[in-house]
Design a protein around this ligand. Sequence first.
Ligand code: PGA
Length: 254
Amino acid sequence: MKKIVIGNWKMHPLTSKEAEKWLQNISKDTAKIKKTDIAICAPHIYLSNLKKISRRVSLGAQDAFWGEVGASTGEVSGEMLYGLGVKYVILGHSERRALGEDNSLINKKVKGALSAGLTPILCVGESERDESHRYFDIVKAQVRECLAGISRDSLSKVTIAYEPVWALSTTRDRRDATPNDSREMAVFIKKVLSDMSTPQIASGVRIIYGGSVNERDAEGFLREGGVDGALVGKASLDPKKFSQIVKICEALKN
Ligand code: PGA
């Protein structure tokens, strides 16, 4: 499967001009990349200007409302984003779950994004690891509930990002996750997907890793983490570092 490196800019940068400069630098630095898909998930208000200058770098949003155009004050719909030329949307990020989003709301958003033609990047991941391995059950419930009622055909259009919250760069007293942690969970998620559909469909779902991926540890995750890409937060705020991670991914054999 083609690998992907996705930047999650979160609520950065402060101005559209700066966002455009970042994207221009990334595009320049990755001009020779052929085998790796690249995407930047930026704040909604910058996407329209970024679309004017993005070529090979795809754009993503960081959330989308599930409903169609209508009376939903403050929301942005999947159709609106699709109409702008946006390809991806991050859904169920732990920072949004911390604001109150639960699996059933995320499920509506995944369905809404799919019917708008967007590729959902569904984030799952436990807050902490416990000796009795309850974290497997937590991730299993997230996958099953967030993807409930989605047809087998549509399932293969979803990308799943495993992001252990305890390893995110913004988590206090964070710990580093290892490629082994990533591989073990990627295998587990494939099994959950396979039980929900078929082994063939499960093997076609792209699973990526996120959690403090940087230019030093990206190779380990991409080579030994059992995943088809990375979701990069903090390191994506530096166009040079982000481009370096893309190049590391491109240099891998497969
Ligand atoms: P991080 O963020 O790389 O800064 O840990 C990843 C994410 O939250 O998507």
